[in-house]
Design a protein around this ligand. Structure first.
Ligand code: COD
Ligand code: ZN
Ligand code: ZN
Length: 376
């Protein structure tokens, strides 16, 4: 049933330029169109890609409403919606499959071409328009999520229904960082029990890789970071070894722990010099999984013979190769069973009005994850 008929006024965090920075503003939100749903946001996680935008490092259509991690409750549905109903609890995903493209048809919705070719570059929804405006001027969506807001309109496949007994504030973390990290282990690399694993970079994504490695029974699980606080969290979440690499060569220490090299190494930084070290840390038959995205035009070098002569592999992992509608509810179950720890990842909770402080938490490395909790 189509429950949508109205346009409403909503407070949301808008970003236009680095001088003004992110600003909490009143906007007009149009009703959901065909195959779209309206969601009242309970909480939004502040993740690295939001920071790249406000730091002026990524050029995206603007002004835009920030945020790409969030969870909430469906408040209205547009025509032809088949996936959710009003009242459903949902986790938002920035990969709202089009169900039509070659990647979707091949069962790879995390690589949906509709998202890559239309949603991300245009800042619009699938019909080529935006639901956001201020005084008649259009404001863009961010990856069809824009979760730093009281309410949003998203494509129906951008709202993943989850069980209603799961706390919706913490569930917001499942939108991006946790799914990206755990999925890199369970889906992209399919790490088997007993495999040796090293993870370089223990932010929200790297810590989720560590949790994924613990869930599949990897051993040892070596966490590598420059920040000792991140290593403390890594130990808590399943790392068997922690390497602080402030002024040392991680490679030497890594090979002390696994003299023949590792079965799996994960990069969760996107830094060329560490990626090159990780490739050198691979054992025979080992796999290097690249999760971080380096800066534009960066290139890495490696000796190609180590791949062919030792059956080594380099894999790219985008959004943990997850099918959001299958894997996010599974992650919720693991969390509710006490097997996946999300609460340790939440360092701070702030209202939308403290969005500047929330970005400072991310920039300074003081917080694992800050949740923006929306007061209704
Ligand atoms: N050696 C070891 N650790 C380091 C080094 C170094 N030289 N430099 C930085 N680190 C550590 C930092 O101390 C920090 O703990 C960690 O690396 C990076 O973590 P965060 O908190 O800055 O970032 P995350 O975990 O939220 O995200 C990391 C990514 C690499 C995944 C992210 O930056 C990225 O590239 N995102 C794009 C890819 C992606 O999947 N995006 C999905 C949407 S966000
Ligand atoms: Zn993210
Ligand atoms: Zn598609």
């Amino acid at each position: 049933m189509n429950t949508a008929a109205r346009t409403s006024t909503v407070r949301a965090v808008v970003f236009d330029n680095i001088v003004d920075g992110p600003t909490l503003t009143e906007l007009t939100l149009a009703a959901p169109g065909p195959e779209e749903v309206e969601v009242e946001i309970v909480a939004a996680g502040v993740c690295g890609s939001d920071y790249h935008v406000v730091a002026g490092e990524w050029d995206v259509p603007h002004p835009l409403v920030l945020g790409h991690e969030g969870a909430g409750i469906v408040t209205a549905v547009g025509p032809d919606v088949t996936t959710v109903e009003v009242g459903d609890h949902v986790v938002l995903t920035w990969a709202p499959r089009c169900n039509r493209c070659r990647q979707c048809r091949a069962g790879r919705p995390w690589q949906c071409l509709g998202v890559v070719e239309l949603i991300e570059p245009s800042g619009l929804l699938y019909d080529g328009t935006t639901r956001w405006s201020i005084g008649g001027e259009q404001v863009y969506h961010y990856s069809a999520v824009s979760s730093f807001a009281e309410r949003v309109v998203v494509p129906q496949w951008g709202a993943v229904p989850i069980r209603k007994d799961a706390p919706l504030d913490v569930a917001a973390l499942l939108s991006c960082g946790v799914a990206t990290g755990v999925g890199a282990v369970t889906n992209t690399a399919n790490v088997p029990k007993g495999a040796s694993v090293a993870v370089i970079g223990c932010g929200g994504v790297g810590l989720s890789i560590i949790q994924g490695a613990r869930l599949v029974g990897a051993d040892p699980i070596v966490a590598v970071d420059v920040n000792p606080d991140k290593l403390t969290a890594a130990r808590q979440l399943g790392a068997t070894h922690a390497l602080h690499v402030a002024d040392r060569d991680a490679l030497v220490d890594l090979l002390d722990i696994a003299p023949g090299g590792f079965d799996y190494v994960f990069d969760a930084i996107g830094r060329i010099s560490t990626i090159e070290q990780m490739i050198k840390a691979l054992g025979i038959g080992g796999t290097c999984v690249l999760v971080g995205i380096p800066s534009n035009e960066a290139t890495a070098s490696f000796d190609p013979r180590i791949l062919s002569s030792g059956s080594r592999r380099i894999l790219g992992s985008h959004y943990g190769s997850i099918d959001a509608h299958l894997d996010i509810p599974r992650l919720v179950d693991l969390w509710m069973e006490g097997r996946l720890d999300l609460d340790t990842l939440v360092s701070k909770r702030r209202p939308l009005a403290e969005v500047h402080a929330a970005f400072n938490d991310l920039r300074s490395g003081d917080a694992l994850r800050t949740l923006l909790v929306v007061e209704h």
